[in-house]
Ligand binder design. Structure first.
Ligand code: MN3
Length: 321
């Protein structure tokens, strides 16, 4: 399915006076829409036309050379803006305030205080020359980091491409199109006002998913020259063991189908082994068996395994060993 423009989760005027209505209408209806249209145009008729946007920006090196630039910019723009609308909410109605709970604690731990974090984040946005984004990310060690990227790059593209890596949980668009109508050249004023509409509950949800999503796929070559993968949870336990594949490309396709299944069409068939332990079989929407889990001592333990598979989609690292 081609990429589609998501609806705004609030009315375009809902973020007034901090983000003005005209900017919201043009930003969502014209700019974001153009990224979606142009990404679809670039991928039309290719085997990548039905890939999800996160897959695309995390597999740029697998695209034909002439598609890499357009997909980097336009699927990147789509991913970035899709998050941007979600991490904002009307001031006083979900927007503004201070992060609490695990996120608040992690911010204090990483930056010293919420105020120190805000200063670092604002500085990342203010010093980004030209167009780009300021980000709060969960890095591979599960710590919080602030960074900025140029244009429509996203930390999920990886450090080699985007200049910084990690799973973003908050992003601020610092392109002029995000603020110029109201703030003209005063980017710092826009960023200062933007805190009034940051939806910390959503950022906390992103944080929880990013931590849990540190599950990863471990690709292995078997003794007889075939390939298989393990899906490993955040604490490195094996959640799922795949079938064997004749080549690496098929193995990677298997990983993609797990990611997609876990997002959309997962069928987790629960089985009981003769010794009373439980396991599950993950079956693709076309009926093909993707893999089976390890044995679990209890249904509750198995439920955790299923949840780990579901969470791993969208934020995984593929590593060959
Ligand atoms: Mn924008």
């Amino acid at each position: 399915m081609p990429l589609t423009l998501p609806n705004l989760p609030y009315a375009p005027e809902a973020l007034e006076p901090h983000v003005d209505t005209a900017t919201m209408n043009i930003h969502h209806g014209k700019h974001h829409n153009a990224y979606v249209t142009n990404a679809n145009k670039a991928l039309e008729g290719t085997p990548f036309a039905d890939k999800d946007a996160v897959w695309l920006i995390t597999h740029l090196d697998q695209l034909p050379a002439d598609k890499m630039g357009p997909v980097r910019n336009n699927a990147g723009g789509h991913v970035n803006h899709s998050m941007f609308w979600q991490v904002m909410a009307p001031a006083g109605k979900g927007g503004g305030g201070t992060p609490s709970g695990a996120l608040g604690e992690a911010i204090n731990k990483a930056f010293g205080s919420f105020e120190a974090f805000k200063e670092k984040f604002a500085n990342a946005g203010a010093t980004r020359f030209g167009s780009g984004w300021a980000w709060l990310c969960v890095n591979k060690d599960k710590n919080l980091e602030v960074c900025s990227t140029a244009n429509q790059d996203n930390p999920m593209m990886g450090k080699d491409i985007a200049g910084c890596g990690g799973t973003p949980i908050l992003g601020c668009d610092v392109w002029e199109h995000a603020y110029y109508l109201k703030y003209q050249n005063r980017r710092p004023d826009y960023m200062a006002a933007w805190w009034n509409v940051v939806n910390w509950a959503k950022v906390a949800e992103n944080f929880a998913h990013a931590l849990a999503g540190n599950a990863w796929y471990e690709v292995k070559k078997t003794a007889d020259g075939k390939f298989m993968f393990n899906l490993k949870g955040g604490n490195n336990e094996v959640v799922l063991t795949s079938e064997t594949y004749n080549d690496l490309a098929s193995c990677n396709a298997g990983i993609d189908s797990v990611r997609k299944s876990a997002q959309d069409t997962a069928r987790f068939d629960v089985k009981t082994a003769s010794n009373g332990q439980a396991y599950f079989v993950l079956t693709a929407s076309n009926g093909q068996t993707i893999g089976k889990s390890e044995m679990y001592s209890s249904p509750a333990a198995m439920e955790k395994g299923i949840q780990a598979v579901q969470r791993a989609s969208g934020s995984t690292w593929v590593e060959a060993v």
